[in-house]
Design a protein around this ligand. Structure first.
Ligand SMILES: Nc1nc2c(ncn2[C@@H]2O[C@H](COP(=O)(O)OP(=O)(O)O)[C@@H](O)[C@H]2O)c(=O)[nH]1
Ligand SMILES: [Mg+2]
Length: 336
């Protein structure tokens, strides 16, 4: 009874001369605040869903980082198969879903792996299959939504966030990185990270981060959290700090190490252990906090209200134009 939302016990004690003089019940209290508890219960029952796509060259630590993020074997590491398997000839997109539970809260995490992005000698248009995949998920959602007999809960396979792995060259973004992020940032939330940041010295890392930020700005690439979607001054202040840190210089590991009697996720080297969750060592913790602890709902809201909405409007306009007899050429401008 103690944690129930609505207390059904009679609120008024049996009338007595004393209570008639001094009412003990606050009649001005309606109980609106109890809606938070109702929402919490509903959310706990439904569970949470998050679809994260990881993009980058093979061997940059994408699968390892996903394991680090969820501290379990959620994503298969790059196998040591044949040469053909290691460097696939085509971009092959794989979705793997995992049910994760922590403190009674269930989450369905789907990791969409895109092995081999940018591995080829000629990488022209290699962003296309990824763009197609993202649009296909929007299309599926749209078809479910416009169904007459639609489901009460539409299965959501839309990509909520795309983590883009930048190789730790220490120089600048490659034309491929610019092209990918420029195009994809218009249809999905992009979070760029510097992969394997343990290969850079602190000065190299700072230089590289600044350089990337400058290049993103120069190329008009709006990565998450996008300035134009800040809701208020408080939001802006928080997001400005994050924008000042992007791209996160991350180190991943799914191996536990013993450091000063503590067990933690780290990379043991001859020089010592890199603790992946230690902010003095790398920025993995900032990435995790952004994706899971502070901005998960916002990432999903922006996917739904901005990116998916944009797709929906374009598609429905396209259909209208077709039924009105316009030339198809004029309305397929959404093919970015
Ligand atoms: N130095 C370093 N190596 C890493 C890091 N993350 C992963 N690796 C190693 O890089 C190799 C490829 O990692 P994997 O996660 O399979 O890369 P993927 O192909 O991008 O999914 C493995 O041997 C990992 O142990 C990192 O942050 N730093
Ligand atoms: Mg992998």
């Amino acid at each position: 009874m103690s944690d129930s939302v609505v207390d059904l016990r009679p609120v008024k004690p049996a009338p007595s001369p004393a209570s008639m003089e001094k009412p003990s019940v606050d009649f001005s209290y309606v109980g609106i605040d109890a809606i938070l508890e109702q929402m919490r219960r509903k959310a706990m029952k439904q569970g949470f869903e998050l679809n994260i796509m990881v993009v980058g060259q093979s061997g940059l630590g994408k699968s390892t980082l996903m394991n680090t993020l969820f501290k379990s074997k959620v994503s298969r590491r790059t196998g040591l198969g044949s040469a053909d398997e290691r460097i696939p000839k085509t971009v092959e997109i794989k979705s793997i879903s995992h049910e994760i539970e922590e403190k009674g809260v269930r989450m369905k995490l789907t990791v969409i792996d895109t092995p081999g992005f940018g591995d080829h000698i000629n990488n022209e248009n290699c962003w296309q299959p990824i763009m197609r995949f993202i649009n296909e998920q929007y299309e599926q959602y749209l078809q479910e939504e416009i169904n007459i007999n639609r489901k009460t809960r539409i299965p959501d396979s839309r990509v909520h966030c795309c983590i883009y792995f930048i190789p730790p060259t220490g120089h600048s973004l490659r034309p491929l990185d610019v092209e990918f992020m420029r195009r994809l940032s218009k249809v999905v939330n992009i979070v760029p990270v510097i992969a394997k940041a343990d290969t850079l010295t602190l000065e190299e890392r700072d230089f590289f981060k600044n350089k990337i930020r400058e290049e993103l700005q120069a190329n008009d690439i709006d990565v998450y959290p996008q300035k134009e979607f800040d809701e208020d001054a408080e939001d802006r202040a928080i997001n400005e700090r994050i924008r000042g840190m992007v791209p996160f210089a991350v180190v991943g590991s799914d191996q536990e190490c013993q450091v000063n009697g503590r067990r933690l996720l780290g990379r043991k080297t001859k020089w010592g252990t890199i603790e992946v969750e230690n902010i003095a060592h790398c920025e993995f913790a900032y990435l995790r906090d952004l994706l899971i602890r502070s901005h998960m709902q916002n990432i999903k809201d922006i996917t739904s209200s901005i990116h998916y909405e944009g797709y929906r409007v374009r598609r429905l306009n396209e259909c209208n134009a077709q039924t009105n007899g316009f030339d198809e050429q004029d309305v397929t401008s959404h093919e970015l």
